[in-house]
Design a binder for this molecule. Structure first.
Ligand code: DAH
Length: 341
């Protein structure tokens, strides 16, 4: 029995542990709850009396050096970097960065648009994405046979053809005017859906911001000045703005709004297709039929409205050339907006 103790003392003296596994093996054998030393202690009663003293001293010596060795081995294994023991920890390296998320470019752009209009006294309104024909089309003065009502543009709900995914945010205009009294001065951001093949330039869903201002004596010059101010705030003070006659069922007269291309400063580039101008919004004076459909007297009130695509504005502002990037959630794309607010 004494020989056994001597053997363990030798073993402990020579022990090495280059990996965490070897260290753990050592720990289980000599330190753990049921280890070889405690086994030997329980043999103590069988040791002849005249040997007890010597055996006890040796066993205590084994216990002490086993623990000292263990402390030593922990230090060595720690220096060697733990698990595999082959990677040294370099304490001079910078820490692994803790990655913070970023706002989505659509959110950033939408927030910026809201911020500009809020300073002009516009409130923000929300409305449903699943809409009925009245709010998406009929009340907005879409003639019965207007092509936008056809299946290729609109996602209808199969079980109820009167229900659809809104094709624009103009539905919120109607909901606001039906349920309140003028004056109205709001913008209405949100997601819209169209049955389009997905490509770099088109998607089956995207985002718009609608604007509506209805009061006594609102005129086209208010529309012009509002969008003039907005464009300069968003794209820079040198931005030029032009109104092109257009047609929307819900406005009369209607105009499309172009801004001077802020990338080439009007000289002509790929973004403006060498015209010097890029389109950013549709607009016009609210058609009297629309006001009447919402119970507002068109003799007393007038208003202007506008609508713009948020993706379109974000693409211009951040020089993004593929609409699909906005919905693919690729962190390599999203990461680039870190810190932008
Ligand atoms: N609803 C139009 C669209 O989806 C955008 C628009 C144009 C909204 C003119 C308006 C407006 O309020 O006056 O293309």
């Amino acid at each position: 029995m004494l020989d056994k103790v001597e053997e363990y003392i030798e073993e402990v003296k020579k022990a090495t542990a280059n990996t965490a596994n070897e260290l753990e093996e050592y720990r289980q054998k000599f330190i753990g709850r049921k280890n070889v030393i405690t086994d030997l202690f329980s043999e103590f009663k069988n040791v002849p009396n005249d040997m007890k003293k010597e055996f006890g001293l040796k066993l205590n010596e084994l216990k002490t050096i086993a623990q000292d060795k263990f402390n030593e081995l922990i230090d060595v294994a720690g220096d060697q970097g733990g698990a595999e023991g082959d990677s040294q920890i370099d304490l001079t390296l910078p820490p692994v960065p803790n990655e913070l998320g970023s706002l989505h470019p659509i959110t950033i752009t939408q927030n910026r648009i809201i911020e500009i209009f809020e300073r002009l006294g516009f409130s923000v309104q929300d409305g449903p994405e699943i809409e009925d024909d009245w709010h998406n089309f009929t009340a907005l003065n879409f003639p019965e046979n207007h092509p936008a009502r056809e299946m290729q543009d609109t996602f209808f709900i199969e079980r109820n053809p009167d229900q659809l995914l809104r094709t624009h945010t103009s539905n919120v205009q109607i909901r606001m005017m039906e349920h309140g009294k003028p004056p109205f001065r709001s913008i209405m951001p949100g997601r819209v859906y169209r049955n389009e093949a997905i490509s770099a330039r088109a998607h089956c869903f995207f985002h718009q911001v609608e604007g509506l201002y209805v009061d006594r004596n609102v005129s086209f010059k208010d529309l012009k000045q509002t969008l003039y101010h907005f464009s300069k705030e968003l794209f820079g003070k040198d931005t030029q703005i032009r109104f092109r006659p257009s047609y929307f069922p819900f406005t009369e007269p209607s105009a499309e709004i172009d801004i001077s291309c802020f990338i080439c400063k009007g000289k002509g580039c790929k973004v403006c297709k060498h015209t010097g101008w890029v389109e950013i919004a549709g607009s016009g004076m609210v058609d009297p039929n629309v006001l009447a459909n919402c119970g507002i007297d068109p003799e007393e009130y007038t208003g202007f409205a506008f609508g713009m695509g948020i993706e379109r504005i974000a693409m211009l502002k951040y020089a993004i050339d593929d609409l699909r990037l906005f919905s693919e959630n690729d962190v390599r794309f999203l990461r680039q907006f870190k810190g932008v607010i």
